[in-house]
Design a binder for this molecule. Sequence first.
Ligand SMILES: C[S@@+](CC[C@H](N)C(=O)[O-])C[C@H]1O[C@@H](n2cnc3c(N)ncnc32)[C@H](O)[C@@H]1O
Length: 260
Amino acid sequence: MLEAARFLYSFVKGATPSILAREIGYRLGESQAPWPLPPARLMYTVISTRWAATFLDSGEKIVAAMEGALQFAGKSLADFNYILDFGCGCGRLLRHLPKYTKATLSGCDYNAKLIAWCEKNLPIARFAVNSLEPPLPYADGSFDFIYARSVFTHLTEEGQSNWFRELARVLKPDGVIYATMHGEQFFTQLSPEEQQSVRDGGIVVQLANEEGRNICTSFELDGYVRSHLPSGLHLLTFIPGLPQEHLLQDGYVLERESAE
Ligand SMILES: C[S@@+](CC[C@H](N)C(=O)[O-])C[C@H]1O[C@@H](n2cnc3c(N)ncnc32)[C@H](O)[C@@H]1O
């Protein structure tokens, strides 16, 4: 009964008249161009919405915010030649990248079902499945920009540290990483004790045994991230999350040190 109620709620959640009208258009295939939309169940796995309009609008807004963060650090998506979307899900962000860059695009995720859909439907990028733990199936120095949006937010302390090291390995010298974390804007999900521990420079991970799934959630502030970066990576810019839909997560622009 409870399961049925949850399932129904997942359908009605966020359904405004304009979102419903656009949904009908998309599902009738009128305005999916240039690439198809994922089935509702895959969108739900990745971002807990079944609405195509929310999937498209949030992706567009997040990529614009990522470009803004890069520009703040004196970079731009247009500067890069080889870009990796680490934890790409069903391509919510990748599908907007060709508006910003001519780079060769790659995406990877540990969920093979999401990657199978991307491979079949998004000819703009090459895709690969990786394991929950490193390594990635790429040679050292393969990319000049890697982004991980809402991925480290579902890793444990050890997972974050292993994946930062691995992303640094597949990044070229002087290459750039953009990663997001749950910071102040997510404190409502924490108990007062957990909030204090994060304020004191720690990390809180809820449901750590579900690492990689969205129900495993980590929370940390920039002090923690700065002091836990692997050697060879440094912080260029920190962009605190905003109290706005889809822009709540903190953004970090990191750079790999040049080869001597
Ligand atoms: C909240 S979703 C975000 C997906 C995508 N970045 C976006 O913004 O639409 C988190 C994604 O990270 C992926 N993920 C989690 N742990 C991963 C890991 N160790 N390696 C690769 N992908 C991972 C999940 O499968 C899921 O697709």
